[in-house]
Design a protein around this ligand. Structure first.
Ligand SMILES: [Zn+2]
Length: 491
């Protein structure tokens, strides 16, 4: 289906059935294009992908130190090539994520308002429920071993429930204590048990934390409820003895608090470089080219390099930046955007599409996206939305033409670059960032070289990448951008 851009929408436009690729419509500047294509070089792509997908990059998890380093590497390249910042004054586009990770420096606990307890020796957390911002203060009521009838709903409200613990089900104790109105649950060791040692590893998850797309409120999860386990010495300080009876007020109080790192929020980064157009009017129409630079990080000590996914698109987009520099300004503006969070749910592109960073009066008009373009047979390339997809558009149609085109205009030396034809990647339509850019109501086009046995494994390494393939995809995109410089865009 032909999609018209909003700016060009006419009162009534006949729907035209998809056709076979049309005759070449050379719109741009052949000399500039030849120069741009020529500069896209295999050795540069190879150098970039070996850096981006190195073990030292740790798999570029969202959010990680290594990912921030990768972002600054990309930004530095954009600065050197003469791009302007793609987000106001900044090349980095930050967006907030929810982070649940305990801040070790925030922990405090004390008995009777004075005797401070040390985390890790006097008390500990029992599981990932520890990851919450909580301040809890109350008296202490003994609840035996935590049988159903041990929780005294008269005595407990406003106090901690204290249970003698060996190996009962903590979730059950927690639920009973909460129901009875306790402010929290304290597990004291039964007999010779050493709860500090027993729980030493289980609290790791609370400190390692996890990031998520910020909830829009109305969370259905129940409010956090503190559960702590204590040492035998702390148990004695809280007044627990062999004679403590169920329902007894232990005669002491316990205050405990903890907070999340960064107040529960962390900023993730996209990197955006703007290539301003030369035409006073057309420059306000922005062609977006995207690739995600994140991957899935390091798991069980193994680095998931993500060379193809998506070091390939990341380095391909860097190569395109080189091509644009040689080309010079196009009539329309181009925004190159490396997004993060793709692997976790297209977060970086979602954040940008919800809040685009373009100069006042500028608007996005198309998105070309590259993800996994460096593997499989040299002539195999896939595209979506294909002719069979409801989102099929003129952009895909052009991609089909330029991917197979052997040369152009008066530049026969540009022959030898084609692919054999584009297969359909429609089954992957929802699985990369163009799907979020499509929500801006613009035509999108996704280029992809197919899955392989190393997909999302620690074996997706740079030595397996066909850098010449990346070069040819980048060239295809530069040719496409050049063709998108016509007076009107009818995609
Ligand atoms: Zn992936």
């Amino acid at each position: 289906m032909t999609v018209l851009l909003a700016s060009l929408l006419l009162a009534s436009v006949p729907t035209v059935a998809p056709s076979t690729p049309t005759a070449p419509r050379v719109a741009g500047n052949n000399v500039a294009l030849a120069r741009g294509l020529e500069t896209i070089a295999v050795n540069e792509i190879s150098a970039d992908i070996h850096y981006i997908a190195s073990d030292e990059m740790g798999g570029r998890d969202t959010v990680s130190e290594e990912q921030r380093i990768a972002a600054r590497f990309i930004k530095n390249r954009l600065v050197r090539l003469g791009f302007t910042p793609g987000n106001g004054e900044k090349f980095l586009y930050e967006y907030p994520l929810a982070m649940k990770a305990l801040d070790p420096a925030s922990l405090s606990a004390s008995v009777d308002g004075t005797a401070a307890l040390a985390y890790g020796s006097d008390y500990t957390f029992t599981d990932s429920f520890g990851a919450a911002a909580l301040t809890t203060d109350g008296g202490l009521v003994f609840c035996g071993t935590g049988e159903r009838d041990d929780f005294d709903a008269e005595a407990l409200p406003g106090s901690w429930a204290v249970c003698s613990y060996s190996d009962q089900n903590i979730y059950r104790l927690r639920s009973r204590a909460r129901k009875a109105g306790a402010v929290g649950l304290v597990l004291v060791p039964a007999a010779d048990a050493d709860l500090i040692a027993d729980f030493a590893e289980r609290d790791d998850a609370a400190f390692a934390g996890s990031v998520s797309w910020p909830s829009t409120g109305g969370s259905r999860s129940r409010a956090p409820f503190p559960v702590i386990a204590v040492s035998a010495a702390t148990s004695a300080a809280l007044g627990v003895t062999a004679e403590s009876t169920i329902g007894a007020d232990l005669g002491h109080s316990l205050a405990e608090s903890r907070d999340l790192k960064g107040g529960g929020e962390v900023m993730a980064e996209n990197v955006c470089g703007f290539w301003p157009g030369s035409d006073p009017e057309l420059s306000k129409e922005v062609l977006i080219v995207s690739a995600h630079y994140d991957h899935v990080g390091t798991r069980n000590g193994k680095v998931y390099n993500g060379a193809d996914d998506n070091g390939s698109g990341t380095s391909g987009l860097l190569a395109l930046a080189e091509g644009l520099k040689e080309y010079g300004p196009m009539r329309r503006s181009v925004l190159l955007i490396w997004v993060s969070g793709e692997e976790k749910g297209l977060w970086g592109s979602k954040a940008w599409a919800q809040n685009p960073s373009l100069p006042e009066g500028y608007r996005p008009v198309a998105n070309l996206n590259m993800d996994m373009i460096g593997r499989n047979a040299p002539n195999v390339l896939y595209v979506t939305p294909s002719e069979k997809h409801s989102g099929y558009n003129g952009l895909t149609n052009l991609a089909e033409r330029f991917a197979i085109e052997e040369g152009f205009g008066d530049f026969p030396e540009a022959r030898e670059q084609g692919f054999e034809g584009l297969g359909s990647a429609d089954v992957y339509y929802g699985r990369s960032d163009h799907a979020e850019f499509a929500k801006l109501d613009i035509p999108v086009c996704f280029l992809f070289a197919g899955e392989h046995e190393d997909y999302h494994k620690d074996t997706d390494t740079p030595d397996k990448i066909d850098c010449d393939k990346i070069r040819r995809v980048s060239r295809t995109i530069l040719k496409l951008l050049d063709a998108l410089q016509t007076d009107t865009l009818d995609l």
